[in-house]
Design a protein around this ligand. Structure first.
Ligand code: ADP
Ligand code: MG
Ligand code: MG
Length: 888
């Protein structure tokens, strides 16, 4: 028999999959003996069943009513009982936290009768009507689908008539009037009455929370965070406690450490005489948590003690939501809190020092994408000039973009390729698409726990909030600050680390973490954040099994990669060595009519290539350098066909004789044109049909090795053949390579050994890897091409054409070009690894596609038993860190 409902006391934090994060952690706190209002949780399984079939799964109603009865017995009150009503909150909560993305309904159980009972037993009429108007408003918008803004307008009109600055300026009679107006609004919009039956309210609220899983914001958020669409949300039903009972009551949110910087110490916002949603909604200005210490020292002390208990128990930064009801503290939520990349590293380091976690655990809690963010440039504080405004640094980083004032405009401009900064008085969940599209979010209201701050931090977006000097005028599409007006489209710079806003595009400098890597860790003694990063890197390097190399084509890149910790080059492309001034020589080679002419062109290219190789081998002295023979089709080195034709036509129109060279080039371009160059004459195929090309490149490599050896170096060149389909191709090329190596060794008297290996980037190569390993000393998976050819996707075409539709439809949650497709491409990788190693046990296997620097993919390559990953120099620290985490 499936069970759909669990009482708090029956659950625990390990049950987040079934009870959602919120339900599981409420259960955990209950078990720890913390003051949690009693309740129960409906499982995500019930939600999945409901969403799949559209009807309430068998037995759920019965289970809910049994648990409700138990709750009522314990409370000695019944749901919605007219004289003394038990009230409930109905709360969403998925396995992965999706703050504010789904729905929660408070004060369920109130109706025209019980509101009077509540007024009487509480002795507070205003409170009773305030709670009722909240229920009608939340139920009306969430369950009955009335646009929430309409309720706000009704309230705004009433406030204006009463001359009230905020909701506290409305008295009991006003609130009763508001309830009537809300009910009318609902009837007007839906043709239905606000339901008076508490049981019906509860049932419909539960279903509405189920449905909120598929709400638009929830879907957008999941897509961005790569959360699967089929998990569903749990529903927690909980006894209400009241923060809106007067000035000795209130609601707040708090963090055990600063989630933006990681600095230790309690952090949060408190709002007296309010229910929870008010704190993050920015309805009234919150006060810093310290202020609670003065308002209610006893509750504050209690809160501090409980937070310490939680942090020690979870051994991590926790955030909590709490309510104080007439001097009694209640815990309403906790979770291991989201934090910025900076805070993640800082806190992990602190917790190790405090003896709460091990170095390995600390490493598990930081990540490559966060590290990459810390390597982004910062504004040059010495050169930025005067700030336009200051606010609260809510989510660090430097962002530059054109100012926009609503979500739709942000989305529109970003889709057109523009960088934008979303400026709002405060954000609401409806702003989510715009926040996703923007480089940064700037608000004039709200603290570090406001919606803007929480969501931006979760997404790693730059955010400055509560910049109170700014007056935002969304209708006029401008903001003013001091005497300055900033119109939509104006470029500004937002410094989320300092909480400052600058006009124009402020100058950038390397971040401290970047400077640390740039000096190869040998710069100034690391402190603070840099020390925390250094510590994590040390741990990662100590535990990782995967080697990390870089893709680098120039001595400068090779040197940088080495400073960043690369243990060699996994992919040195030779194509750029054919560009620039050398194009002419390449053209001459392609156009050569005779062997002599071709040799002459090749001979001219050789010393130039040799010089490049010498520089790279020197920068990577003592470490392997895998050089790939020329890969792209030769016509890529010729001028564009249209351009040539136009040039010739122009000459003709002017009556001047067409250039013979251009005519010859056009002829060659036409001859070499391919319908589908990606699958055409390239890679090893080129080496097999273009005479002398392989020999020239190998000679350049071999002579570079000789030169480095003579200079006392330790060059370790490896030669890699691209786009091999069958062992025969590799055999022929390898023989040619060996022959040239032998020749150069002979002539120079210097012994040469350059292992020859191959890329595995075509399905056929992976499927026949056992054969290919007979000829290859190493494999390197070219996962870009392997993904293209396995899926039959032309990357340049598909990404713009239909990938976003595929992501929307959930065909994949992430592009297979970003994160390796384990199921398909991964299967080929596994076959190739197994069959290759069976034939040649000491076969070296690496990967050199862009996946080599993608955190998730690195974990996969570790599990697949590869020897190393190779990625762009800037991703090397990311790959080292993730390779370490993969080995934990
Ligand atoms: P979210 O996931 O969006 O944070 P929650 O379910 O946490 O939604 O509810 C939002 C707020 O509603 C909470 O922060 C809390 O202050 C208030 N709330 C929820 N349940 C109760 C309750 N049982 N008593 C009082 N307030 C509650
Ligand atoms: Mg919450
Ligand atoms: Mg390739």
């Amino acid at each position: 028999m499936v069970r759909y409902v669990y009482e708090f006391a029956e659950g625990g934090r390990e049950m987040a999959g079934l009870l959602g994060g919120k339900g599981a952690n409420l259960a955990e706190m209950t078990r720890m003996g913390l003051p949690v209002p009693p309740g129960f949780t409906v499982t995500t399984e019930a939600c999945r069943a409901f969403l799949a079939t559209g009807s309430v799964p068998d037995g759920l109603d019965r289970e809910i009513s049994e648990h409700l009865s138990a709750l009522e017995r314990a409370a000695g009150r019944r749901l919605g009982e007219p004289g003394d009503p038990l009230l409930l909150s109905v709360r969403s909560g998925a396995r992965f936290s999706m703050p504010g993305m789904m729905e929660t309904i408070l004060d369920v159980g109130l109706n025209d009768e019980s509101v009077l009972g509540l007024a009487k037993v509480s002795g507070n009429e205003r409170f009773a009507w305030d709670s009722y108007r909240r229920l009608v408003q939340m139920f009306g918008s969430t369950v009955m689908g009335v646009d929430g803004a309409l309720f706000d307008e009704v309230m705004a009109r009433l406030k204006e008539r009463r001359g009230a600055a905020d909701d506290l300026g409305l008295d009991a009679a006003d609130l009763a009037e508001l309830v009537e107006a809300y009910k009318e609004l609902i009837r007007d919009r839906t043709g239905e009455y606000f339901p008076q039956s508490p049981a019906e309210q509860l049932r419909r609220a539960v279903l509405a929370v189920f449905q909120s899983w598929n709400g638009e914001r929830a879907r957008i958020y999941r897509r961005r965070e790569h959360i699967p669409d089929d998990l569903g949300t749990a529903v927690t039903v909980q006894t209400m406690v009241f923060g809106n009972l007067g000035s000795d009551s209130g609601s707040g949110v708090a963090f055990t450490r600063d989630p933006a910087t990681g600095r230790p110490g309690l952090y949060g916002d408190y709002l007296p005489n309010a229910q929870g949603e008010d704190v993050v909604a920015g309805i009234r200005n919150t006060v810093p948590l310290d202020e609670l210490g003065r308002l209610d020292p006893e509750s504050f002390a209690r809160l501090r003690a409980l937070m310490r208990t939680l942090e020690t128990h979870y051994r991590d930064l926790c955030d909590i939501e709490f309510t104080i009801e007439r001097g009694t503290l209640w815990m309403l939520q906790t979770r291991v809190g989201k934090r910025t990349a900076e805070a993640a590293f800082a806190i992990a380091g602190q917790l190790v020092e405090e003896g709460l976690i091990s170095e390995d655990e600390a490493l598990a809690r930081v990540g490559g994408s966060g590290l990459a963010r810390l390597m982004f440039p910062r504004f040059d504080t010495a050169a930025v000039g005067e700030a336009l405004a200051h606010g609260i640094p809510a989510s660090p980083g430097a962002a530059v973009g054109a100012v926009v004032f609503d979500s739709a405009e942000a989305v529109r401009r970003a889709a057109a390729g523009e960088r934008v900064v979303l400026v709002r008085q405060e954000t609401t969940p409806d702003d989510l698409p715009g926040m996703v599209a923007a480089q940064a979010v700037l608000t004039s209201r709200g603290g570090k726990t406001s919606h803007a701050a929480v969501v931006a931090r979760g997404m790693g977006k730059v955010c400055v909030c509560g910049a109170e000097e700014i007056a935002v005028d969304p209708h006029g599409r401008r903001f003013t600050v001091g005497g300055t007006t900033v119109e939509e489209g104006t470029v500004i710079s937002v410094d989320g680390s300092e909480g400052a806003v600058y006009p124009g595009a402020a100058p950038l400098v390397d971040s401290a973490v970047m400077r640390y890597f740039e000096t190869g860790g040998r710069g100034e003694e690391p402190a603070g954040l840099v020390a925390a990063v250094a510590r994590a890197m040390r741990q990662a390097d100590g535990v990782r099994r995967l080697g990390v190399r870089a893709n680098a084509d120039t001595p400068e890149d090779a040197a940088r990669a080495r400073r960043f910790g690369a243990e060699g080059i996994g992919l040195c492309r030779t194509e750029h060595m054919f560009l620039g001034d050398r194009r002419q020589l390449v053209e001459a080679m392609i156009l050569a009519g005779t062997d002599a002419a071709r040799e002459q062109a090749l001979d001219a290219l050789l010393p130039l290539q040799r010089r490049d190789f010498v520089g790279i081998l020197e920068a990577m002295d003592g470490l392997p350098v895998t050089i790939r023979l020329l890969d792209p089709p030769l016509h890529e080195f010729l001028p564009d066909r249209t351009e040539l034709a136009v040039r010739l036509a122009a000459a003709e129109a002017q009556g001047s004789p067409p250039s013979a060279h251009d005519a010859e080039l056009l002829d060659a371009v036409n001859r070499m044109h391919e319908e589908n160059p990606m699958l055409g004459l390239r890679g090893v195929r080129l080496g097999l049909v273009a005479p002398g090309l392989v020999a020239m490149q190998v000679r350049a490599i071999a002579e570079a090795v000789v030169e480095r050896k003579r200079a006392g170096g330790d060059p370790r060149a490896e030669i890699m053949v691209p786009l091999v389909d069958t062992v025969e191709e590799l055999r022929i090329v390898r023989e040619e390579v060996e022959q040239v190596l032998a020749e150069v060794a002979d002539r120079s008297g210097v012994a040469l050994s350059c292992p020859v290996g191959t890329m595995i980037e075509l399905p056929r190569a992976a499927l026949t890897a056992g054969r290919i390993a007979e000829e290859a000393r190493f494999f390197s998976f070219g996962t870009n091409d392997l993904t293209q050819t396995t899926w039959g996707f032309s990357r340049d075409d598909v990404e713009a054409a239909f990938f976003s539709a595929y992501l929307d439809k959930g065909i994949f949650t992430v592009s297979p070009f970003e994160t390796i497709d384990r199921e398909g491409v991964g299967r080929l990788v596994e076959i190739a690894v197994a069959e290759g190693r069976a034939v040649r046990p000491d076969l070296k296997i690496g990967v050199c596609g862009e996946h080599g620097g993608d955190p998730e993919s690195v974990h996969y390559f570790h599990a697949a038993g590869l020897d190393y990953v190779s990625c762009s120099p800037f991703r090397v620290p990311v790959a080292r860190l993730e390779a370490g985490r993969a080995a934990l």
